[in-house]
Design a protein around this ligand. Structure first.
Ligand code: AMP
Ligand code: MG
Length: 298
């Protein structure tokens, strides 16, 4: 079933049941090398699924859970290998959504839940997005309205004795993480088989080609066939009706919450090209820039 979270909608199954988890991969058409995040109802459950819980990881969990932060820790055997793609580490998160927390509290198992979209496409931020793409493949969608944050969780990896490393920019800002536990390594990889496959070069993609504004030769584009995703102000060289402004007040958190919906809407408008503005590379802007860049990689 699909569940709402504050980041994006998840496609959830019993994380301790290999067969249930394999259904997630099948429905999403997700490669088995891309591990799933395991959702739990509270910090007290970490030790059931992780061998160790370092002090800094605990600090982050205490500060940001429930919230858009995923912590990767050495896994216990109860977590089947299919969930972690054979890695000895499990990704854990307590989501901040009332309904989903109630569901998690009522179950005696955690929920593995990647984003509820076909692999590689833009993540869903409302129940309708899920219904459009997976409605006929899943038994139930829990409608919790629009996701508050709208981009995926920030992922921090605690690899044994190594210093903590951020594997994915997301809903919790790097600045906030560093304010809590000090400097972290930024290990945002790319490539075709990175450690954190949400970090595949091409991911979160529209079907229509999408490119950054600075790579566009304005004179050579067909203006009626070009859409644009902009931060706070329309571009003056394109019709307004072709553009989606993510936050007229230039708020990064509002922009993040509208990002994936805007990408989906522009994708439906039959443009030959979508162009996007780069966002300030700070706070949530880092997650937004990351998603747009990956959507545009061909
Ligand atoms: P999604 O839920 O679709 O945002 O995808 C979850 C992402 O979490 C995956 O694509 C991986 O990037 C990351 N992830 C989950 N588990 C692990 C793990 N054990 N090691 C590294 N990355 C992980
Ligand atoms: Mg995803």
């Amino acid at each position: 079933m699909a569940i709402p979270t504050e980041t994006v909608y998840g496609l959830a199954a019993n994380a301790l049941n290999k067969i249930a988890v394999s259904e997630i991969f099948k429905i999403k058409n997700r490669p088995f090398f891309d591990p799933l995040i395991v959702h739990i109802s509270g910090i007290d459950l970490v030790e059931q699924y992780a061998i160790s819980f370092p002090e800094k990881a605990k600090k982050l969990a205490e500060k940001f859970w429930p919230g858009a932060l995923t912590i990767i820790l050495p896994k216990k055997d109860v977590i089947p290998d299919i969930v972690t793609s054979g890695l000895p580490f499990v990704a854990l998160r307590v989501p901040k959504n009332k309904i989903t927390l109630e569901i998690l509290k009522s179950l005696d198992f955690p929920l593995a839940a990647p984003s509820a979209n076909p692999f590689g496409y833009v993540s869903p931020t409302n129940a309708k997005h899920v219904a459009e793409q997976l409605g006929d493949k899943i038994p139930m969608i829990v409608d919790g309205g629009k996701c508050d944050i709208g981009v995926e969780s920030t992922i921090v990896f605690f690899e044994n004795e190594n210093p903590p490393a951020v594997l994915r920019y997301g809903g919790i800002e790097i600045e906030e993480i560093e304010n809590t536990i000090g400097k972290v390594k930024i290990n945002i990889s790319s490539g075709s088989k990175p450690q954190s496959p949400g970090m595949l070069d091409k991911h979160y993609s529209t079907t229509t080609p999408i490119k950054p504004l600075q790579n566009i030769d304005k004179a050579s584009i067909n203006k009626d066939k070009t859409g644009a995703l902009v931060f706070g102000k329309y571009l003056n060289f394109l019709p307004h009706k072709n553009q989606i402004v993510l936050s007229s007040e230039f708020s990064l958190s509002v922009a993040a919450s509208n990002l994936f919906e805007a990408m989906r809407d522009l994708d439906k408008m039959n443009f030959e090209l979508i162009i996007y503005e780069n966002f300030p590379n700070q706070g949530l802007g880092m997650a937004i820039n990351d998603r747009l860049k990956r959507a545009g990689t061909s």
